[in-house]
Design a protein around this ligand. Sequence first.
Ligand code: SAH
Length: 237
Amino acid sequence: MTEVYGHKASLRAYFDGNGFERWAAIYGEVALPSRIRRSIREGHAQMLAQAGAWLDEHTPPTGARALDAGCGTGLFTVMLAQRGYDVTAIDIAPRMVSESAQTAQDAGVRERVTFQTGDLETVGGVYDVVGCFDVLVHYPAPAFAEMATKLASLSRGPLLLTYARWTRPLAALHWIGGRFPKGERRTEIQMIPDDFVTRTLANAGMRVHRRTPIDHGFYHVTLLEARPASGSAEGTQ
Ligand code: SAH
């Protein structure tokens, strides 16, 4: 496993520790007593359903390869495998990687997936689609830019990702959220303005093809699809 320091190391410790239980429950099927967590589960499910609908507009070429960067418990990994992609699933937290392998096993697609433990910035190769959901929301702008640029370099097709957009009302909501009792307090979310995301991707050779906010209860992200700027006349946003 690659060495990681600072912010990444603390995120890895979180997602391999307390965060693992919290998020494995939210992304799983157990009953959730917390209204907040239920709304996050539902919002996340809406986001993945939308990502799946966008993905369905692309016919995977024969032998198509996909990357699920920050795969978590493997929900999107399975969606990719079920659509015929050979998937590489990577996560910085070892327990998340084991959980995603179990999810793939249960879904009967284990043999279509290669699992890796590590930082997504260490991934090599080129993929026909790259997905990175609810990962970049944990990184402040400079790290966001580095990671989004890396992800762009890995995709020769669509890049699907989510980020936490900065808007004044959401920033206010976020501040209020920080004042909840500790048990209900969510992971620290880093908000990034839409135009920063657009510029970062443009500098990385990608054009934002479409984006849509997913707002449900306590779940607020923007789902975005970018495509390589060369060779595509689509997309104006
Ligand atoms: N994409 C999944 C999981 C989201 S939770 C889903 O939407 O269902 C965020 C995940 O990102 C965690 O599992 C965490 O360990 C992982 N992660 C955070 N930083 C990462 C990095 N630099 N490289 C790879 N994975 C990372």
